[in-house]
Design a protein around this ligand. Sequence first.
Ligand SMILES: [Zn+2]
Length: 89
Amino acid sequence: MSVDERKLDGNAIGGLLREIFTMEMTAAETTCAGCGAINALGRVDVYMDAPGAVVRCPSCESVLMRIVHGRGRYWVDLTGTRCLEFAES
Ligand SMILES: [Zn+2]
């Protein structure tokens, strides 16, 4: 499969984020550490690469976050996200 065929939007990780943050996160906004673009999580580019998900900025394609879930644990790498903003539930 080509890269474009594997590309999904942020809704692909809505359930995964819900497990971690215990609230609806697809409306949360990320600020890209690379280019400063602000995007709703529902609109970012998502690649479901085993064993985890890679979230990329739709503006500059930098990695915003990596989420791996396995062996009873989660690993969340937010190095590429300068800020994650979401409403209280
Ligand atoms: Zn960016």
